[in-house]
Structures are given as C-alpha cells and as structure tokens.
Ligand binder design. Structure first.
Ligand code: BGC
Length: 257
C-alpha cells in the first residue's frame, strides 16, 4: 500500500502505452489524471523486438522535459509477472521472459513500473474515469487487436486476469469478439453485439461484476453496440478513452496500490 508521503512525492509521472501499431506517451498530472503536455505517438517498429521498442521508449521519454525523479509507468500488451513478460499474443515473440522495467530503467535512468495494458486502463478508469468512486467488483474490458481485461475489487487490482483468452465455444474469445475480429470479418454492429453478448454473459456468470467498463478505440461508438447487450451488471463506456492506459500506468508508477 503506497503511503501518503509516497503519493505526495510526485506531481507528475510519465505514462507510456505500448500497442501493436503505436507507442504513445505523455506526462500525467497525478492530481487530475490529465496530460501535463500533449501526447506523442511513434509507430511501433515493424519488427517489434525488445531492443527496437525500448529504443522508441527512450526517444519518447527524451522528447519531454521530465524531472529526473519522475517515475515512468509502462502499459504493455501481455501479462507481466512482477514486470517479466509471461507470454505474448500480439507483439514479437522474443519478448517472452524479458524483465521490462529493468530494460526501461537502464535505457532512461528513471524508476519504472510496468503493467499489463488493460490493467493500466482499468486503474486509470477506476482512479479518474468511468469507475471513479465505485466500490465492489469492477471489470474493465478493452476491445482492440485483442481483448484485455482488468479486475478491481474496491479499487484494488487483481492483476493479469487475461479474460480475453477465455475459451468460448471452442475459440480463444478475442479471436471472435475483439474489435479486430469485427473489422476482419466486416461484422455489422448487430452481429458483433451477439458475440459480445456471448462473451460478457460468460464473464458475468464467472465473476458477477457490479460494473463493466468497456474501453478501446471502438468505445467511442458505444451507442451502436452497448444498448444491444442484455446483462445484469451495469455496462458503461470508458471515459478516458485512449488516455486510460497512459494515465493508469503513470498513476501506478507513483502509487502502485
Ligand atoms: C493479451 C493481453 C492484453 C490484450 C489487449 C491480449 O491478447 O494477452 O495481455 O491485455 O491482448 O492488448
């Protein structure tokens, strides 16, 4: 549990969100959850190896005038066991086994915390966005290239839930219900909503969340598909949208719990 002293130590932390197509970063004002300067985006290298990606991270960090003691939070699209990549679905396979915070610390000289991208987004929404002030079981699902998940209980994160990889009807769920699947198969909103219904009903049966927050770029079109879903839990769009990963990672870097 971060002490109050720790919380007050930092006013700004730097957040980085590593995605399949872009690597984005911005300093975050921790009092408000707003960006303290405009976000910068650099395309993810085609061959997204650890060396190539860390070079981009160093360039991103170097483009801002950060205080030396500002911690860096990195959101990464795979489960991380205390910073170490366990397996990877959507970036170069050579990431497996890499200690991400150690690598970024060495490249930038800053203190670094690294977390799963959906966990970062969930914490962002919980501390500053759609789930702020909500107790109970909150589930965040990010619909993008894959499906990311974050589970929070009274604001405490249960890390690395990986619910995008639930096996449903014999398939890895994210291959059927992600935004990438909608795009790939050119599904209508109605057809995609049927798949989301199957997905969220399964998650709801397993975890009984009080609130489900839906993020990812497609959440800006939430009016097209959220009203088509019939669930017991309240289901709402993310409010930080594509800022959530950066904001959540930065916030976790300054206040891990
Ligand atoms: C990965 C998760 C990640 C999600 C969204 C999944 O394929 O296994 O760790 O959170 O994609 O990027």
């Amino acid at each position: 549990m971060g002490s109050m002293a720790e919380q007050n130590d930092h006013q700004v932390a730097f957040g980085i969100d590593i995605g399949g197509s872009g690597i984005k970063g911005a300093p975050v004002d921790l009092a408000t959850g707003e960006f303290a300067a405009d976000r910068l985006r650099i395309p993810t290298p085609d061959k997204s190896t650890p060396e190539a990606v860390v070079e981009v991270l160093a360039e991103l960090v170097g483009s801002f005038d950060l205080p030396d003691d500002a911690p860096i939070g990195v959101a990464f699209p795979a489960p991380l066991d205390h910073g170490v990549v366990r397996f990877i679905a959507n970036l170069h396979k050579s990431w497996k086994g890499v200690d991400l915070p150690a690598l970024v610390r060495e490249a930038t000289g800053h203190e670094v915390v690294a977390v799963n991208d959906a966990d970062a987004a969930g914490v962002g929404e919980d501390r500053y966005g759609a789930a702020a002030g909500k107790d109970g079981v909150v589930l965040m699902a990010t619909l993008g290239t894959g499906i990311g998940s974050a589970l929070l209980v009274d604001g405490v994160l249960v890390p690395n839930t990986e619910l995008g990889h639930l096996e449903i009807d014999g398939h890895d769920a994210e291959t059927k219900a992600s935004e990438a699947a909608r795009d790939r198969e050119d599904l209508s909103w109605e057809k995609w909503a049927k798949r989301l219904q199957r997905y969220f009903s399964t998650v709801e049966m397993l975890l009984s969340p009080d609130l489900i927050v839906v993020g990812g770029g497609v959440s800006k079109h939430h009016k097209k598909f959220l009203p088509l879903l019939d669930l017991r839990a309240e289901i709402v769009p993310a409010t930080l949208r594509n800022r959530a990963g950066i904001v959540g990672a930065a916030s976790l870097a300054a206040r891990p719990h």
